[in-house]
Design a binder for this molecule. Structure first.
Ligand code: PLP
Length: 393
């Protein structure tokens, strides 16, 4: 072939993180076949779907059996029944949305990756460490990326202090993956005010909002003027166990304009051109999950994960080990003891306690020296891990 490929892909670092982890675990297991490994590196939910969700999916699937209730292509922006369920969910959290601002997706990752389609040549500011999709999708489209450093001093919640006054695209993730750090109202307001005064756009990833337990904002639209500066991308993956079912949503407010052009209109056009919607049974399942009863059922699973994070947080508090997250997040981000590097601590935990976590450096260079543990393992495995860590650390 002699066609030109997208050379921007040369700028993306190969992601060896999870294959490297698997290789190390496999090698250890080969040497120690009777070892009992506990996995606290999992970034996927493990508890089954609530019954109310599965019932809705089954009912919708059965509707497909009959000529009268069969459905073909769904609307590109989502069925109105689900858009209304999302609108109601937000209004119960004190945010008013226009139905037209809500776009149903097959998960947050797709929209976070695709949003670059509607943006022109801008400087992109991305926190580091963070979920890698923001960086890679911008590099793939040849954007100029700058990192906003998360560190112990700012508790992994970088702020706009020190940024210049030019208009820019800023990604924020709160509660953050991997650090679990969550912006409070005052901090998030500083970002919104900064974006408003500089004419910048915030792409706000709230995929973990349902884990928030304190009074931190669960949507950026709780902050005044946010509808003029922010797109919010969210997901049912972690809040309702939809990682395998696939459903999320993106809010592009009607108020959001740049140089008098409607961002909502552009996203509508982009979706109508490149996306054919989410399946009917999945949208009915999402509607059920977001109902008042559905949220109660989902919360039961989140409470089980929370018991796990609490066990880990209590341990690190007792041991005086510095960490963020845990409270509003399924992730705990800890400083590796004795100034170990991320992978050094990984090997240490694997060999001395048979525990697998995720090296922080895998989420960006400012994650070096830190480590992510998650609450998605079973309660029994988490207890086992805590007992081992109690002895080791
Ligand atoms: N945003 C963050 C911060 C995530 O951690 C993840 C998944 O782990 C996603 C988005 C993707 O979610 P989805 O399953 O909806 O694509």
């Amino acid at each position: 072939m002699k066609i030109k490929l997208n050379d921007n892909f040369n700028n993306i670092e190969e992601s060896y993180l999870f294959s490297d982890i698997n290789k190390r675990v496999k090698a250890y297991k080969e040497k120690n076949p009777n070892c009992d490994i506990v996995r606290l590196g999992i970034g996927d939910v493990t508890l089954p779907l609530p019954k109310i969700v599965v019932d809705a999916m089954v009912k919708a699937s059965n509707e497909m059996l009959s000529k009268d209730t069969f459905r073909g292509y769904p609307p590109e922006y989502g069925y109105d029944f689900l858009r209304n369920a999302i609108k109601d969910y937000y209004s119960r959290n004190k945010v008013t949305l226009d139905l037209e601002a809500i776009f149903v997706s097959d998960g947050a990752k797709s929209d976070l990756g695709n949003i670059v389609d509607i943006l022109g040549d801008n400087d992109i500011y991305i926190p580091n460490p963070v979920y890698p999709v923001y960086l890679d999708s911008n590099l793939m489209s040849g954007r100029r990326v700058h990192f906003i450093e998360g560190n112990e001093k700012n508790k992994f919640l970088p702020m706009p202090d020190g940024l210049d006054d030019t208009a820019k695209v800023i990604y924020l993730c709160s509660p953050n993956n991997p650090t679990g750090a969550t912006y409070n109202y005052v901090e998030l307001k500083k970002w919104v005010d900064y974006a408003y005064s500089t004419g910048s756009l915030i792409i706000y990833d709230s995929a973990y909002e349902a884990f928030i337990k304190d009074d931190s904002p669960r949507s950026i639209y709780l902050i005044p003027n946010a509808k003029y500066v922010a797109i919010e991308v969210s997901s049912l993956s972690k809040m309702a166990g939809f990682t395998g079912v696939r459903c999320g949503y993106t809010i592009v407010p009607l108020e959001l304009t740049s140089c008098d052009k409607s961002v909502n209109k552009l996203w509508k056009r982009r979706q109508a051109t490149k996306f054919n919607g989410v399946s009917y049974p999945v949208q009915r399942a999402a509607e059920a999950a977001l109902s008042v009863e559905g949220i109660k059922e989902c919360q039961k699973n989140l409470d089980i994960y929370y018991q796990n994070t609490k066990l880990l947080c209590d341990l690190f508090n007792r041991k005086g080990i510095w960490y963020t997250g845990g409270v509003n997040s399924p992730y705990i981000w800890l400083k590796c003891p004795n100034n170990m590097k991320s992978f050094e601590f990984f090997d240490y935990l694997l060999e001395k306690a048979n525990i697998v976590g995720t090296p922080g450096v895998g989420f960006g260079k400012f994650g070096e020296g830190y480590f992510r543990l998650t609450s998605f393992a079973s309660h029994e495995d988490t207890i086992k891990a805590v007992e081992r860590l109690e002895k080791l650390l």
